[in-house]
Design a protein around this ligand. Structure first.
Ligand SMILES: [Ca+2]
Length: 361
């Protein structure tokens, strides 16, 4: 990471203009209801590590400033609360022991753990899996797989799979802990899939405690990059830094697949709050649709003037240079925060012409 920052600095001094890439520009939506949405547009960048956008909104009248990180586009989310205990959630395929690709419905099911519905297994068979059959991720610049997991004994092996080719082929990347190992990336099978870099964390999940995890997979230039972190569930805070910073730059690297669960050995293993999101694609010039910033109702006050600036964040949450401000005024006549039931769209009018890094749509 330090090396990367240093390299960026060198490049910045060498080419002052280029160093603000991805240059951010802002555009406006005029008919999003009930809240205002702003689209952020970025110049395509060579830096595929740009994964998140951030918007700063400054009220020119009060000088109050707030920032918003762009929500990633959610593809899948299940907290399993909608299922009955003992049932199989839809779109999940359970497969048998020893990395079998044959279905075995009984291995994974819904459990009640502490009053919450979770997905899990009480089987102690080795190398069993459940795979999501709804999503086969491909042609994605980046995706993030998050959730939480817990094992009932320290001897149990528990993990999650991603870019998995089940049930067609027995290969995938995996974040797992097992036996006396901390959470680490264990690609499978080892003679095909290889990862390099910092492939292990120092997090050794304790028995009976939930651990949150985030895994981000980026399709970089000639390599699949894998970032991950895990931490004790609330009230513990998410660590700032990625614990795993790994990559696979072999010719057989995986760039597509589904996501799932892996387990083996003693005790029960549980998963919950599984979510897969699309990481903001830096190759797209604009962030649209579900990627738009949506503000709380009443956030923008009628008649007030705002400066919007955007920036991009890399995988380490380092910000690029902010864009020049894009000034808007919220119309007096159409205020999203006036309690009108959200029927009136907010109108944000640009009062400055677009500058060199601005594009107004
Ligand atoms: Ca749940």
């Amino acid at each position: 990471m330090k090396k990367y920052k240093f390299l960026s600095l060198i490049l910045c001094f060498a080419a002052l203009l280029l160093c603000i890439m991805p240059m951010a520009s802002l555009s406006q939506e005029t008919t999003i209801e009930p809240d205002v949405a702003v689209r952020a547009c970025f110049e395509p960048s060579q830096d595929t590590r740009v994964v998140k956008h951030k918007l700063y909104v400054k009220n020119i009248d009060t000088l109050e400033e707030q920032s918003f990180s762009l929500e990633q586009a959610q593809l899948f989310m299940d907290d399993f609360e909608g299922y009955t205990v003992g049932s199989n959630p839809i779109n999940w395929l359970n497969t048998g022991a020893s990395n079998s690709m044959t279905e075995n419905k009984s291995l994974f099911k819904i459990f009640d753990v502490g009053g919450e519905k979770v997905f899990g297994t009480s089987s102690t068979l080795l190398n069993i899996h459940s795979h999501n059959t709804q999503w086969y991720l491909e042609n994605e610049k980046g995706v993030e797989y998050s959730g939480r997991m817990m094992r009932s004994t320290i001897d149990g092996g528990i993990g999650i799979t991603f870019y998995s080719h089940y049930p067609f082929a027995d290969n995938y990347y995996r974040l797992r802990t097992g036996w006396a190992q901390p959470l680490h990336i264990a690609p499978h099978p080892q003679d095909i899939a290889k990862v390099f870099g910092t492939t292990s964390s120092d997090v050794m999940p304790e028995a009976g405690k939930w651990y949150r995890f985030r895994v981000m997979i980026i399709d970089g230039a000639g390599k699949t990059e894998i970032f991950s972190k895990a931490w004790l569930d609330e009230p513990h805070l998410e660590p700032t830094d990625w614990q795993v910073v790994a990559h696979d730059d072999t010719n057989s690297r995986f760039v597509s697949g589904t996501f799932g669960l892996w387990a083996g050995g003693s005790g029960a293993k549980y998963w919950d709050d599984l979510k897969v999101s699309r990481v903001v694609d830096p190759g797209d010039s604009c962030v649209v649709g579900t990627n738009a910033y949506v503000f709380e109702k009443g956030f923008f006050k009628p008649g007030n003037v705002y400066d919007l600036t955007a920036t991009a964040l890399d995988a380490y949450d380092n910000e690029s240079v902010r864009s020049a401000p894009f000034r808007v005024v919220v119309s007096e006549s159409s205020n999203p925060g006036n309690g009108g039931g959200g029927s009136d769209p907010a109108i944000m009018e640009p009062i400055l012409p677009p500058g060199p890094v601005h594009q107004v749509y």
